[in-house]
Design a protein around this ligand. Sequence first.
Ligand code: NAP
Length: 263
Amino acid sequence: MDKRKVALITGASRGIGRGIALEMAKKGFNIAGNATRLSSPDNKSGLLEVKKRAEELEAEFLPVQGDISDLDFHEKLIDEVMQKFGVIDVLVNNAGVAPLERKDMLETTPESFDRVLSINIRGAFFLTQKAARLMIELKQKSPDYRPCIVFISSVSAVLSSLSRAEYCISKAALSQAAHIYAHRLAGHGINVYEIRPGIIETDMTKSVKKKYDRLISEGFVPQKRWGTPEDVGKAVAALARGEFAYSTGAVIEVSGGMNIRMF
Ligand code: NAP
């Protein structure tokens, strides 16, 4: 890439978002990374750690701390990125949470439902709305500008998990948000993609590691291994670099074949 493009990545402090940020830094992007915390208590992860790693890869990294479910924060987030870089070429809606406690859906509480949906879908939907308006404006000024938007959903968009219904529902909604944004923005030259990760080794899956180790060894994942944040990062970087220019609305599985229907 000649001039470094700019990617705004939510949830970039650890796990999949960190993997996306570092893969994109490697591929020549500058990064604005958002998360609720600048650093973890042990300083082993967090936006400042990712900034250091990205800078070692010669990328600029702007950390922007804030809660994506707070719609008032979105303006500050976009303003800070625009002040620093003057453009947003790629928005990656990655920030997401699992329920604090896995419970049978007959026990799901309204509080957990609201928490999960307000971060996983409401936050992403309205941040995308703001970013899309900005991208349309920038495109009118510069026809060569080719922005794109990526949603990180999950195989849970289509698979049922009885102990985290609110998570699956949020991901199904996010998948449809990607689909409709792709439709709405195609005429403006803004491509929108959905990446559907499977079982990825991060903090989110730590508490169920043993269960997933067993499922993976039993063939639940045809490729028989955990996914890594880098697997997802590489897919996002390929989309962001324009390698799938005629595929807006595409759903890319990064799940080791969990999408294969078998019997
Ligand atoms: P993770 O390790 O728990 O990391 C979550 C990231 O999101 C962190 O950077 C966290 O920041 C950020 N975040 C959480 N709530 C936020 C909020 N309200 N505002 C801004 N940032 C927030 O999770 P992960 O496994 O990397 O998951 C990343 C995305 O991939 C999620 O959308 C998840 O649903 C999806 N996904 C994960 C898997 C998997 O197996 N791990 C599979 C499919 C899809 P803080 O550090 O500040 O908390």
